[in-house]
Write a protein that binds this ligand. Structure first.
Ligand SMILES: CC/C=C\C/C=C\C[C@@H](O)/C=C/C=C/C=C\[C@@H](O)CCCC(=O)O
Ligand SMILES: [Zn+2]
Length: 608
């Protein structure tokens, strides 16, 4: 088994098969009092010690098969956490199982958890808790082998105040009054499909749900639930389309939970219960993860492109089935621009722009970008063109899913299977510059995508976009320009402008006069428009940009908006001041990354 640079756990010597969790959610102290029983399979003889991942956990006791076990906490690592080294009171042989029980408490600053006060919720009356474990944060909630190379089932019992509801990334398995405390309810969950620790998820809040399909409900605070049910009404059609492409959906239920806007990502593919924020407009990506990522999983975070590149490929194939091939091409072109932006932001020589980067001593949160998504998609799209088109290549993707379902894979294993599947076209595959694609930074060795897709979108199949004005001639802007464009096209129009040098201030003002972009509430449009305005040094846009950066917490929007304002000299200090004012209520990971982006440490930010 290969090693995982992001985990201390000894998964070469033993692997977890099942977790049994008892969680007591304490909103007053902002901690979870917990017990986890890990059923561990031993992989070697004379086995008597194992290491689990933890981060900021207060470990109270450890036992093995009911007997007390000794444990020590190793040195704390900045992002990997603290190894929990356990010595068993007996030896085991290869093939035997042991139940290791750890009793512990989480920290109020656990990186997987955000605790919201009632004021931070839509209902304003009850507190709220949610988790986000990807990539390496599960260890701050559960002592476990926190590596995507290890897959296990889980059962959980969660005690919460009776006014609240708990849901998890699992099938709901009933509820009862907490036998220890009649003012609480214990919610029970079972996840019978083996999955990696990063997909364990929990939410506790004043939740309601509505049925949106034969295997789907939407959950949220009651203030959002009917709107959410309407927005995600296409879920079953998308699930069926995905099943037609990728094979049966194995997770039973497919529910969607709409979180408060501080959730750091647009969506998260937690099994049985996709997490979404109000800024996530389409669910096809998260549905696709049910096959690529959740069923076939990257073995370490260095192979994250296997999760995300295939998911983007499948998401766009769903778009192809439900809309058209042109729509797929259009989305692919948008993705190419996102890739160019990430390469520009990181720098084209930065090894983190490799499709398969080394994450030795690299915090996965620092490495995260569009690269695994869009360089991954570009490779698959390139292979599709070389090997016979979308139907032929989707056949490979489906077969890859069947081959590696319920396991975790490396890029090398994926490539070997590609060569096996296309054994009659090995000469074609040998012409691909694999080293350039996988292990070389910068844009991929692939030029046709940009031009082909650009031509398709700018001419013929979609209305002509307004050309960015370079001189003082502003008569090119007409109110009718945007009228005939879909919201997807407005997004791409603004993305093109963002790739140019900043527009003169007169031009963005004229755009506002003509198009009234300030009034657009679609977050993908608003985000790009406000960036464009701040880049053009339009002072009036600064408060709107900072408001968007703090009203919601999706890192894709919040981080660049803070950075744009920070880079506007006159408002540099204002960016710092607003960040300091909001930091305490931000998600811990978002707050940490914005602090790095704005080059502030804890001391500076709290003293402002
Ligand atoms: C190349 C390796 C880079 C990163 C390793 C993996 C994960 C890093 C991490 O920080 C966690 C990411 C979680 C993402 C969750 C959902 C995304 O798909 C959402 C994408 C952004 C958005 O739409 O808001
Ligand atoms: Zn994804």
């Amino acid at each position: 088994m290969s090693s995982d640079p992001c985990s201390f756990s000894s998964f070469a010597r033993c692997v977890t098969k099942h977790l049994n969790l008892s969680l007591h959610v304490d909103f007053d102290r902002r901690v979870i009092k917990a017990k986890v029983e890990l059923t561990v399979e031993v992989l070697e003889d004379r086995f008597s010690a194992l290491t689990l991942d933890t981060r900021d956990l207060k470990v109270i006791s450890v036992s093995a098969n009911g007997q007390a076990a000794t444990f020590t906490m190793g040195p704390k690592h900045s992002f990997k956490g603290t190894p929990l080294e356990i010595t068993l009171p007996f030896d085991l042989s290869r093939g035997q199982h042991v139940i290791v029980e750890v009793t512990y408490e989480t920290s109020p600053s656990a990186t997987a958890l955000q605790w919201l006060s009632p004021e931070q919720t839509a209902g304003k009356k009850q507190p709220y808790l949610f988790s986000q474990c990807q990539a390496h944060h599960c260890r701050s909630m559960i002592a476990c082998q926190d590596s995507p190379s290890v897959k296990h089932t889980y059962y959980a019992q969660v005690s919460v105040p009776k006014e609240l509801v708990a849901v998890m990334s699992a099938m709901r398995d009933g509820q009862e009054v907490d036998p220890q405390d009649k003012s609480r309810i214990v919610y029970k969950f079972r996840q019978p499909v083996p999955m990696p620790s990063y997909l364990i998820a929990i939410v506790v809040g004043a939740l309601e749900s509505r049925e949106i399909g034969p295997r789907s409900r939407v959950w949220s605070e009651k203030e959002y639930v009917d709107k959410a049910a309407f927005e995600f009404s296409e879920t079953e059609v998308m699930l069926k389309t995905a099943e037609g492409l990728a094979g049966p959906y194995v997770w039973g239920q497919y529910d969607i939970l709409v979180l408060p806007p501080s959730f750091p990502y647009g969506g998260m593919e937690n099994p049985c219960l996709t997490f979404a924020t109000p800024t996530l407009l389409v669910i096809a990506h998260e549905i696709s993860h049910s096959w690529t990522g959740n069923l076939v999983t990257n073995k370490t975070w260095e192979h994250f492109w296997l999760n995300e590149g295939h998911t983007v490929y499948l998401e766009r194939m769903i778009g192809r089935c439900m809309e058209s091939e042109q729509f797929r091409q259009f989305k692919a072109m948008g993705g190419w621009k996102d890739l160019q932006d990430s390469v520009n932001t990181f720098g084209s020589n930065n090894p983190l722009t490799n499709l398969v980067p080394s994450l030795q001593d690299v915090d996965p949160d620092d490495a995260f970008s569009s690269v695994p998504y869009e360089k991954g998609f570009a490779l698959l799209y390139h292979l599709e063109e070389l090997l016979g088109g979308p139907e032929v290549f989707m056949g490979f993707v489906k077969s890859y899913i069947q081959m590696f379902a319920y396991s975790s894979v490396t890029s090398e294993e994926w490539k070997n299977y590609l060569f096996t599947y296309f054994k009659d076209q090995v000469d074609v595959l040998n012409k691909v510059d694999w080293n350039a694609w996988m292990f070389t930074p910068g844009m991929p060795p692939f030029s046709c995508c940009n031009d082909t897709l650009n031509n398709l979108c700018v001419s013929g199949t979609t209305p002509r976009w307004p050309t960015p004005a370079k001189d003082q001639d502003l008569s090119g802007f007409k109110q009718s320009d945007l009228k005939s464009l879909s919201s997807h096209q407005v997004v791409e129009f603004l993305s093109l402008l963002l790739q140019e040098d900043p527009l003169p201030l007169t031009h963005v003002k004229k755009m506002q006069d003509v198009y009234d972009l300030n009034s657009f509430m679609n977050s993908e449009i608003r985000f790009r428009w406000l960036r464009l305005c701040v880049r053009s040094r339009w002072e009036e846009a600064v408060p709107m940009a900072l408001k968007m950066a703090t009203d919601q917490g999706r890192m894709k929007f919040t981080r660049p908006l803070f950075k744009e304002v920070f880079n506007f000299d006159k408002f540099h200090d204002e960016a710092l001041r607003v960040f300091a004012a909001h930091r305490a209520e931000m998600h811990p990971v978002t707050a940490g990354l914005v602090a790095k982006d704005l080059k502030v440490d804890a001391k500076v930010s709290t003293s402002l």
